[in-house]
Design a protein around this ligand. Structure first.
Ligand code: SF4
Length: 250
């Protein structure tokens, strides 16, 4: 019997909506479970993680073997050559995930991993083509919630972020730092984090507006575009929200 399994929320083919590969047809492998508890404070309104169902409000997950995941990917991939490993926080399942990525790489897929940057596994990262790292800012801390203290303690780990940058650099892999922002008030914290990570290049710094509906996205975008241009960073839209709304599995 196959020993290694992964707790998965869903596997589906769609258009990548965020980051450098926006628009690319991709199979998403959304794993379940997260070590953070993001809930953004936006104009006195709480905005939950848009994949809370796979992060901290989990109701159903499937425990799938590597063979089952590969089979499912082959059934639904359409023309996709890109895999996006996302969550939740995928590195919580580093051992079976390393095996999955090893097989996917041997089949010629391009692999992106989307991680909050709090965990590192060197063997796993050796199979990754695009490191997509999203350190979470203070504005992601839940209010009046038992998880706030733990979330704040864990959300930025400079040593791990440094390891991820070093790993991508030594392997000549692509990297993006994707910061979710509620507005210009978050910019000082981003600069503080970046000042401790001198190897990350400005073209790899992406600023993405918070919001899982088009109105909030557009409002946040309008407040941050000037500062993004001033700093020479990249603006990162959320195309999937504009195309599909916040629909799980789309
Ligand atoms: S780190 Fe990502 S998946 Fe986890 S709670 Fe925050 S936004 Fe959601």
């Amino acid at each position: 019997m196959e020993r290694l399994t992964l707790a998965a929320d869903s596997i589906f083919t769609t258009i990548q909506g965020e980051g450098k590969l926006t628009g690319v047809t991709s199979v998403f492998v959304r794993l379940a479970g997260c070590n953070l508890h993001c809930t953004w404070n936006y104009n006195n309104r709480a905005i939950e993680c848009d994949t809370a169902y796979a992060a901290y409000n989990i109701t159903t997950t499937q425990q799938l073997t590597i063979t089952q995941i590969i089979q499912k990917i082959k059934e639904i991939r359409k023309g996709a050559k890109h895999i996006v490993i996302t969550g939740g926080e995928p590195l919580l399942q580093a051992t079976p995930l390393t095996e999955l990525c090893r097989v996917l790489k041997s089949e010629g897929f391009h692999i992106t991993i989307e991680t909050n940057g709090t965990l590192y596994n060197d063997e796993l990262m050796s199979y990754i083509d695009l490191y997509s790292i999203s350190p979470k800012l203070k504005s992601s801390t839940p209010q009046n919630n038992n998880f706030a203290t733990l979330h704040n303690q864990k959300r930025v780990n400079i040593n791990t972020l440094g390891e991820l940058i070093e790993s991508a650099t030594k392997r000549n892999k692509d990297i993006q730092f994707k910061f979710v922002v509620t507005g210009v008030k978050d910019i000082d914290e981003i600069e503080n984090i970046l000042s401790r990570l001198p190897l990350i290049k400005s073209e790899n710094i992406l600023i993405m507006p918070v919001g899982s509906d088009e109105t909030t996205l557009t409002d946040t975008t309008n407040t941050i575009l000037d500062v993004v241009m001033e700093k020479g960073w990249r603006y990162c839209d959320r195309l999937h929200i504009r195309l599909f709304g916040n629909t799980p599995g789309k």
